[in-house]
Design a binder for this molecule. Structure first.
Ligand code: K2U
Ligand code: ZN
Length: 175
């Protein structure tokens, strides 16, 4: 069980664009395992490699109630999105404590490779559709607060920076 540190907004590394994976090897499998441990521990229903400062196109998702339906997406792409759109109250492990409405296509079809390099497709609606799009945004260097108004985004940025300063003060105090 290896937990990876999750970057906190507005860390500029969250805006790096991830590169495609070209080698499906033991390193990739170990990274997927560590990302999976980190997601379940957070807890979250998804995690993109960008959030753990690895800028490769890798996502892990588990939106099941029983936390027993892990989906691994390597080099994911959206092959279809619905005209119908929904607004979902999104959060993000990189922006803890902040939730706000984001409008996205209600249903999507995604194509990706699993950790063994086998291609698959998934059709999704509801939370899974939102999560796939949210995580794929991360791989493009986009955080959900980028969809909010500049006023809201600046207030969130200030709040996160204040919390980071307080966290750093606490860390230096406790050593
Ligand atoms: O990218 C992340 O930080 C993981 C998100 C995924 C997510 C974002 C928006 C909407 C759905 C999923 C975290 O899981 S946010 C925490 C959370 C947990 C349960 C349900 C929704 C959000
Ligand atoms: Zn996120």
């Amino acid at each position: 069980m290896s937990l990876l540190p999750i970057l906190r907004y507005p860390d500029p590394r969250l805006h790096k664009i991830a590169k495609s994976v070209s080698v499906f090897d033991a390193r990739l499998k170990q990274l997927v395992a560590d990302m999976t441990d980190t997601m379940y521990d957070a807890p979250g229903v998804g995690l993109a490699a960008s959030q753990v400062d690895v800028h490769e196109r890798i996502i892990v998702i588990d939106t099941s109630e029983t936390r027993s339906d892990l989906k691994v997406f390597v080099n994911p792409e959206l092959v279809w999105t619905s005209e119908e759109r929904i607004v979902y109250d999104e959060g993000c492990l990189s922006v803890p404590g902040i939730y706000d409405g984001v409008e996205r296509p209600a249903r999507v079809k995604a194509r990706a490779f699993d950790a063994d390099g086998v291609v698959f497709e998934v059709e999704a609606d509801g939370l899974l559709a939102v999560c796939i799009q949210h995580e794929m945004d991360h791989l493009m260097g986009k955080v959900f607060v980028d969809y909010l108004s500049p006023l809201k985004r600046n207030r969130i940025k200030a709040k996160m920076l204040k919390e980071e300063r307080e966290l750093n003060r606490e860390r230096s105090r406790t050593g």
